[in-house]
Design a protein around this ligand. Sequence first.
Ligand code: NAD
Ligand code: MG
Length: 394
Amino acid sequence: MRSVTILGATGSVGQSTIDLIARDPDAYRVEALTGGRNIAQLAADARRLKARLTVTAHEEAREELAARLAGTGIEVAAGEAAIREAAARPADWTMSAIVGFAGLAPGLEVLRRGGTLALANKETLVAAGSLVMETARRHGATLLPVDSEHSAIFQALRGEDPSSVERVIITASGGAFRDWPLERLPEASPEQAATHPNWAMGQRITIDSASMFNKALEMIEAKEFFGLAPAQIEVLIHRESLVHALVGHADGGILAHIGPPDMRHAIGYALSWPARAPLPVERLDLAAIGQLSFAAPDAARYPALALAHRVMEAGGAAGAVFNAAKEAALDSFLAGNIRFTDMAEIVARVLDRFLSTEGRQIAILDLDTLIEEDRRARAWAMEAVAEGSARTGG
Ligand code: NAD
Ligand code: MG
């Protein structure tokens, strides 16, 4: 029986992970589940899976969680530190599915105990790539990609000599606005941005798919995880979301990974790795699908992609700054304070400000430094939001 912990258990990836684990109750023992404000879901899953420990990120929700689990013997805790402590407890396999920078510190705890970390939280590698890879190496931890594109690359690389890799191509659906006229993008609402043509995901990553900030994060994630040079990473628009990534080798051959747009494939692959277990996902009928299409992304529609290249070239804390500015800009868009297209402008301004003052850095930064960079970049993004609304009188 393997022990598992799910960080971010109440979210989209967390629930897909629970779906797989719950299908095979004799194979898994649940050490800990963590969540946010959806206490009813967290408590129900903790009861159903007989978790040993359940943690909410919010102190004020502790009482409700304890009340819902009264008499079960399941331990209850609350707050940021409690989530890190849950991550630090021994478990054979841990899913990192908290959204945003908040997923970094708990993930590092898992690596420090030499655990196996299935990484859905892409912000971990974007904000702290060198620190994360170095921590995993030093403690003999195992890092498995769960982002579908990175799982696809990982699978296409299996048994290959990494030095034969010339390039990796990450695919993108193009998001909610791929067919909108460019001039309409400024009026796009959060509700419109939060609909994805092919995938069902959390609200934030779905909006990031419409702006392609998600793809920008994934480019950086691929660079860090697979140790690639920025010029080796390409993005293709692929409307069908069936080919998740392609790896081009030195002999001109390209290995593509094809699968249904269902996160349970990538999660399940990481759960049974290095074996391949049968999974309850759709079997594709390629004859019925008929065609797969590919196109180059339009730089004017997706300015986030060029920003990702600047971040990859700069290295150091640029990823943490980029991610923090993006998270703050997304918060402002969700609050109705800025337009959809303002997000890329704000992130570009923060990045300009960072690069003009800090220049290029290559050192491995520690967590405290990255937390400080994250805070400052969020503050700079909020300054840029305020300046923007002062200019437009909005
Ligand atoms: P989600 O919003 O559906 O769920 C997020 C989870 O994190 C919830 O359990 C929530 O309670 C918890 N959480 C939020 N803020 C927190 C905080 N400050 N501290 C502790 N816990 C917190 O998100 P999701 O779509 O499941 O995505 C999770 C991560 O996986 C993200 O990094 C996302 O980019 C990545 N990812 C998601 C998908 C997908 O299909 N949804 C695909 C690839 C990668
Ligand atoms: Mg992805």
